[in-house]
Design a protein around this ligand. Structure first.
Ligand code: ADP
Ligand code: ADP
Length: 225
């Protein structure tokens, strides 16, 4: 199939050494792409450019026929809210809200009424097997539970692309595998694509394809699976 999202020849500098030096990456609907490479190689910068969080100095980011780099900030944030989901390593849940309110929040921001938002949030907590923490604040859950809540929040709006930056980085291997199992199986059910930044081979093993970033350049890895 055609790529759903494609970054082409991306360049971005924060200083004298470019963070991205012609990197690219594409992903199809329902596909999981792992982005690997050493610390400081440009993985997060690449993810942020693909997600429309960061504007590259040059290059294109094509999503369903439009170039994200040519949209206004308002159009880009609207696209992020409606089409994309995000899972980061830490600190993404709002500490003052309950887990249920956290999962309902993206729906509320999209204008869904409280009762309906909380119904859909409850369904997602159930799918991620963390119904029990619905009424707790993020600080009262374990790391593994909190990360499952974060996955529920990323998926509740039905995103077409989920961006995950070291989603298991703060978890032990058992919890990490559980979170990856649930993230990938939930995304596959809805035919969402996942762009997964990780430095762990065990996490990358959940992907369909692997791209390695080094010194701001990317290359596709031939996989035997
Ligand atoms: P990775 O995710 O592979 O660890 P990053 O994309 O975070 O790498 O960083 C790539 C390079 O760009 C690094 O040298 C990093 O220090 C630099 N960098 C990333 N973001 C910023 C920023 N906001 N300001 C300055 N330098 C940055
Ligand atoms: P890094 O992984 O490079 O340390 P973060 O992932 O913490 O950086 O955040 C980098 C960028 O992503 C920032 O511009 C921040 O505003 C944005 N960001 C962080 N969390 C979210 C989120 N939940 N939704 C959308 N954007 C986010």
């Amino acid at each position: 199939g055609q790529p759903l999202l494609a970054g082409i020849n991306l360049r971005k500098s924060f200083g004298p050494t470019p963070a991205l030096d012609g990197a690219g990456l594409h992903v199809r609907a329902g596909e999981v792409v792992a982005v690997m490479g050493p610390s400081g190689s440009g993985k997060s910068t690449l993810l942020h450019c693909l997600a429309g969080i960061l504007k590259p100095d040059s290059g294109r980011v094509l999503y369903q026929g439009s170039d994200l780099t040519e949209l206004s900030d308002g159009q880009r944030s609207e696209l992020r809210r409606t089409e994309f989901g995000f899972v980061f390593q830490f600190g993404q849940l709002v500490p003052e809200l309950t887990c249920l309110e956290n999962v309902a929040l993206p729906l509320r921001l999209g204008g869904v009424r409280r009762r309906e938002a909380e119904r859909r949030a409850t369904e997602w907590l159930d799918r991620l097997e963390v119904t029990g923490v619905a009424g707790k604040r993020p600080g009262e859950t374990s790391g593994g539970q909190g990360q499952r809540v974060a996955v529920a929040r990323a998926l509740v709006t039905g995103p077409k692309v989920v961006f995950a930056d070291e989603p298991t980085g703060a978890l032990d291997s058992l919890n990490g595998e559980r979170v990856m199992d649930l993230l990938v199986s939930s995304a596959k059910q809805t035919n969402a694509a996942i762009v997964l930044v990780t430095h762990e081979a065990r996490v990358a093993a959940y992907s369909d394809r692997e791209v390695v970033v080094r010194d701001g350049k990317s290359r596709e890895v031939e996989l035997a699976r």
